[in-house]
Design a protein around this ligand. Structure first.
Ligand code: AMP
Length: 274
């Protein structure tokens, strides 16, 4: 396995391997089983390139950025065990190259959920994704359904600028308590982690009640109260259609529940398909 923080070296590596197909797995590091599942989903006979870069542009909260866990040595070791071919871990100077994209118009569905509550977040995501795709020109790229709205943005960018790129969607990996794995969980103490178990159970309970015919808005208020009684502060809890992110109505078979919440100032997101 090779690793580099130099863009020049990355280009050399790409040139040397120009006859091979590439799968890109973009991450912010602090790799967990969710990331490793993405790596496992890379099609056989492709070169696996994992990028590790904590993209400041997508953080709307400087404390969140400063506290983001950094574990580069163990990340590299995990990549090695998972037969990754190249780890690209640019330093902060990479940010300069991200700002070359001007006049960015995100689709309407980026204005809700995290797009509404995290100012500038998806512009930051757009810049890093488009830049990595431009540089590496992968044939495949793997993304997690946990970041559902991000996945829609990635698909939008791919369809607009990279028509030959296949986006591989990977289902959310959870721990045995059903908490969606996230690098931010490392910032929770034991008690807070127990509280985080309520997030998925709450989504599951709402899903069942909706399937049984209950009105989402009524159920939502009840569940928010329950979560808040456990000191989980709900940023949003919404029921939206999968492809448009419009508020769910009519045939809801292709819809999902989306939640963002805070436990001890740590922001977590999750979603489940109805
Ligand atoms: P991050 O390092 O948080 O930016 O995530 C990098 C990629 O891993 C994104 O495509 C995420 O959607 C994906 N990912 C993060 N957590 C999980 C998880 N628990 N299950 C599946 N994919 C995940």
């Amino acid at each position: 396995m090779e690793s580099t923080s130099s863009i020049k070296d990355l280009y050399k590596y790409l040139e040397f391997n120009s006859d091979k197909k590439i799968t890109l797995i973009p991450t912010m590091g602090n790799l967990h089983k969710g990331h490793l599942k993405l790596i496992e989903k890379a099609p056989a006979n492709t070169i696996k390139i994992v990028s590790i870069y904590i993209n400041k542009l997508q953080f709307n909260n400087s404390n969140d950025y400063d506290c983001y866990p950094k574990t580069i040595n163990s990340d590299i070791a995990k990549c090695q065990v998972h037969n990754v071919d190249m780890v690209f871990m640019p330093d902060e100077s990479f940010a300069k190259s991200l700002n070359e994209y001007k006049d960015i118009h995100l689709p309407k569905f980026m204005n809700c959920l995290c797009g509404e509550t995290r100012d500038g977040h998806f512009i930051g995501v757009y810049k890093i994704i488009r830049n990595l795709f431009d540089m590496i020109k992968p044939n495949y790229a793997c993304f997690g359904l946990k970041d559902f709205q991000q996945l829609l943005l990635v698909k939008f960018v791919a369809s607009k600028y990279f028509p030959n790129l296949d986006i591989i969607e990977v289902k959310t990996i959870r721990n045995k308590e059903k908490i969606a794995l996230s690098s931010r969980l490392n910032r929770l103490d034991k008690k807070s982690l127990v509280r985080a178990e309520s997030i998925f159970f709450s989504l599951k309970s709402i899903r069942q009640k909706i399937i049984d015919g209950a009105d989402f808005n009524t159920v939502k208020e009840e569940e928010i109260q329950k979560l808040e009684s456990k000191s989980i502060s709900v940023e949003y809890l919404e029921h939206r259609m999968n492809s448009s992110l419009d508020v769910a109505k009519g045939d809801i078979s292709n819809s999902s529940l989306f939640i963002a919440c805070y436990i001890n100032n740590v922001r977590l997101i999750d979603n489940i398909q109805i």
